[in-house]
Design a protein around this ligand. Sequence first.
Ligand SMILES: NC(=O)c1ccc[n+]([C@@H]2O[C@H](COP(=O)([O-])OP(=O)(O)OC[C@H]3O[C@@H](n4cnc5c(N)ncnc54)[C@H](OP(=O)(O)O)[C@@H]3O)[C@@H](O)[C@H]2O)c1
Length: 332
Amino acid sequence: MKLYNVAIVGATGAVGEEMRLILEERNFPVANLKLLASARSVGKRLPFKGDEIAVEELTKDSFAGVDIALFSAGASISREFAPAAVEASAVVIDNSSAFRMDDNVPLVVPEVNPGDVKKHNGVIANPNCTTIIMLVALKPLYDYSRIKRVVVSSYQSASGAGAKGMNELLSQAKSFAAGNDINVEFFAYQLLFNLIPHIDVFQENAYTREEMKMVNETRKIMGDPDIMVSPTCVRVPVMRAHSESINIETEEKITPEKARELFSKAPGLQVIDDPALKKYPMPLFATGQDDCFVGRIRKDLSCENGLNFWVVGDQIRKGAALNAVQIAEELV
Ligand SMILES: NC(=O)c1ccc[n+]([C@@H]2O[C@H](COP(=O)([O-])OP(=O)(O)OC[C@H]3O[C@@H](n4cnc5c(N)ncnc54)[C@H](OP(=O)(O)O)[C@@H]3O)[C@@H](O)[C@H]2O)c1
């Protein structure tokens, strides 16, 4: 079996750490793993397959001999360093938003458009986490009947904002338990006991950039420039895993029974939908899992061809690290 030299850029971050775990778990054919981060992390050693690997500082010379570079250090780092990786003949799989809407860059969810991987010119983009989780559920329905319109409200966990987001929620909980004042440094407001209907920056059209990612990325990945998406993205005081309340309108009617059947056959998706037994997906349950989960499947009472459901997925895994490693698997 051919082995590949792999680099993780942002190896000490929430997503980068998970990438390392997933490469090991899925036994990805790694010859040599390079862990890259900022100068702050040089000297850290992280475990991989029974060994420890020293974290190196990311520079433009980091990519000699690297076959696959998994980037997860934010858009500005991707813009600055991905060209150097491509120049060194690595294929970049980029988790940031830097190249997602570039016409020359495939944007891939392996359960939805795996064939697009082949179209790459050195860079493949990993979609936004909330979009990935939604599309894993929309795809099997879309293949049965085109979806005309999606109304989605997200309930996005603190870890969606990286290690700093997780730390802030945890420290607010500890301060509350100790009876101390609650500090707000990273999110716009206190997240503990609160909801913040604001993720990423507001655009001129009054939507946030996170919301517009859901609109534009969905169209690109589904290959349907006319699909209508109406999103509201909300940060919630959950540590990990994003949830989404989704309403769709389809061209042909899809009954809840049919939807359940289509969902249950779809890759990467499990149905948990038994209201009588209080069974429905929840973020605590989805944490650490590879699959996304769908439940609360019911007819939209206000629209003939409408359907409502609730989807939950671990956004660090399927929404980021796992999706990137699955793309790498498609590639090799
Ligand atoms: N968290 C999620 O759920 C999620 C989901 C999908 C996509 N993403 C995307 O994935 C990327 C990383 O997110 P994250 O949540 O993992 O963030 P994070 O926990 O804040 O980690 C950021 C990583 O980037 C590294 N980094 C920062 N500045 C750097 C520099 N100047 N040079 C080299 N490395 C640098 C950090 O290294 P140091 O430790 O040395 O600072 C760290 O390894 C972002 O583009 C984010 O939008 C995140």
